[in-house]
Design a protein around this ligand. Structure first.
Ligand SMILES: [Mg+2]
Length: 114
């Protein structure tokens, strides 16, 4: 089953079960699910060590929280009529043209130069 097939199944289920959803509500949920992933104690403790991050998916709820985030992304994209594959490819091409630092910032994130 491709990611597109999974997306279709998820969106169908969401449409049946959450007919009153709004983009604002879904984005609020997206933030909540991302914070759940972030708040995993092993993630917070080891996020700077890539090799340790691999343990997170097997020893915590981190992988499930990532799935929750994707549920909200698929739902928002469906509601807004966004072609996610097109947008992902388009944004990747844009990001490849940007200049990125060699090291992450104090927040652990890489931020492109403006
Ligand atoms: Mg969750």
């Amino acid at each position: 089953m491709s990611i597109e097939d999974v997306q279709k199944e998820i969106v169908l289920w969401q449409s049946d079960n959450f007919p009153g959803s709004t983009l604002v509500g879904i984005c609020n949920h997206m933030i909540k699910e991302a914070k759940e992933a972030q708040s995993d104690s092993r993630w917070v403790e080891h996020y700077q060590k890539y090799e340790d991050c691999r343990l997170i998916a097997t020893e915590s709820e981190f992988a499930e929280e990532l799935a929750d985030v994707m549920f909200t992304v698929f739902h928002a994209a469906h509601l807004a009529g966004v072609d996610l594959e097109h947008e992902l490819r388009s944004k990747l091409a844009k990001n490849k043209l940007r200049t990125w630092p060699k090291e992450p910032g104090e927040d652990g994130c890489y931020h492109h130069e403006k």
